[in-house]
Design a protein. Structure first.
Length: 381
């Protein structure tokens, strides 16, 4: 029986993680969970899974839980997320919070030698060198939940690192894949939230529409698999059937396929190196699908992808700035304060006005993250 601490329990990945736990009660126990403030979504989970510790982000949310007669220990703040991630009774951290706020919990779990199932890609983008160094030092495997990285992880099972020629990440193209750049003026939040293949949280859905999601994933892949940026490609594949691929030096290519269902990579991250039955998901039927399509990525159409490669190659604090500027810009777009295309220009400006710091410490990363968010807000005022 694995005891799980689940951060971001009320989110898209969080809820799907509880599905996996529900389907395998003999394997998994939800020991602790964290969310920000969505009590309505949290209460049914708390009633069903009866976790011992719950972490929320404000005293008001805690009061709401007590009002609802919740018996578990309720802790407040992001420091408490680290507390459950490192708790003695926890075997696995599933980090599914949105944003760089998940970083310290991930680092804490690694130092405490927990198994880490990581959906929170912002953690690796903002501080990849710290996370991977800590993982190496503590002999901890980071199991990717992101479908592309889970695919690559599966393709690399039993392979030698030196035999890898390149990684290819597939991109669905997001909500606006069939629109030209000139058609993006004035698109609404609602249009952007309408993803063709996946139902996900708001922030990552916008990231998919700007292609920043794929940019973040390139940086995530660089750190997880220790592969230089020149050897990481992205291609557009609108069906999201091939989740990603690895080409080896002998020109053999391995790919992982499946119907788009995040519960598959979530469950694999929890059961690796074993597999369990996946209940009620569709079997992949290639005959029904008939054709798969692949197209080259256009870096002018999707400047966020270009900026992510540039920030990744520059290294130091550049990816931290990229991530923080993106988180802030997307929040402004979702609040209706800026147009869709402004997301890109705010990130571009934040990057160009930042002076790179090499090999930043955790303190520096936290500082740069906060300074960047404040700067992006000031550009809009
Ligand atoms: P959601 O927005 O659906 O959920 C986010 C979760 O994090 C919620 O539980 C939310 O709580 C919580 N949260 C948000 N902000 C804070 C905060 N400041 N402190 C503590 N908790 C917070 O996001 P997703 O599930 O879509 O994505 C989560 C992560 O997984 C992201 O890093 C994303 O990139 C990654 N991912 C997601 C995929 C998907 O299919 N959704 C696919 C691959 C990766 P509350 O509900 O109370 O606000
Ligand atoms: Mg992905």
């Amino acid at each position: 029986m694995k005891h799980i601490a689940l951060l971001g329990a009320t989110g898209s990945i969080g809820i799907q993680t509880t599905d996996v736990i529900r389907n395998h009660p003999e394997e998994f126990n939800l020991f602790a969970m964290a969310f920000r403030r969505n009590v309505e979504k949290a209460l049914p989970l708390i009633r069903e899974f009866d976790p011992e510790i719950i972490v929320v982000q404000s005293e008001e949310t805690k009061a709401e839980l007590i009002e609802a007669n919740v018996q578990a220990d309720v802790l407040v703040g992001s420091v408490a997320m680290k507390e459950i991630a490192t708790h003695d009774h926890v075997d696995v951290l599933v980090n599914a919070v949105m944003g760089s706020v998940g970083l310290e919990a991930t680092l804490g779990a690694i130092e405490s030698r927990k198994q880490v199932a990581l959906a929170n890609k912002e953690t690796l983008v903002t501080a990849g060198h710290l996370v991977m160094e800590a993982a190496k030092r503590n002999g901890v495997d980071i199991l990717p939940v992101d479908s592309e990285h889970s695919a690559i992880y599966q393709c690399l099972n039993g392979e030698n690192h030196s035999d890898i020629h390149k990684l290819t990440l597939t991109a669905s193209g997001g909500s606006f894949r069939d629109k030209a750049r000139s058609e993006l003026e004035g698109v609404t939040v609602e249009d952007a939230l309408n993803h063709p293949n996946w139902s996900m949280g708001a922030k990552i859905t916008i990231d998919s529409a700007t292609m920043m999601n794929k940019g973040l994933e390139v940086i995530e892949a660089h750190w997880l698999f220790d592969i230089p940026y020149d050897d990481i490609d992205v291609i557009q594949h609108r069906e999201s059937v091939i989740h990603s691929m690895v080409e080896f030096n002998d020109k053999s290519v391995m790919a992982q396929l499946g119907t788009p269902d995040m519960r598959v990579p979530i469950q694999y991250a929890l059961t690796y190196p074993n597999r369990l039955e996946m209940k009620d998901t569709k079997t992949l039927n290639l005959v029904e699908i008939g054709k798969l399509h692949f197209e080259e990525m256009d870096f002018e159409r999707f400047p966020c992808l270009r900026m992510a490669y540039e920030a990744g190659r520059a290294g130091g604090t550049m990816p931290t700035v990229l991530n923080a500027a993106n988180e802030q810009a997307v929040a402004l777009f979702l609040e209706g304060d800026i147009d869709f295309l402004r997301i890109e220009s705010l990130i571009e400006r934040a990057l160009s006005e930042h002076e790179l710091i090499e090999r930043p410490s955790l303190e520096t990363i936290v500082e740069v993250d906060q300074e960047t968010r404040a700067r992006v807000k000031s550009y809009v005022k």
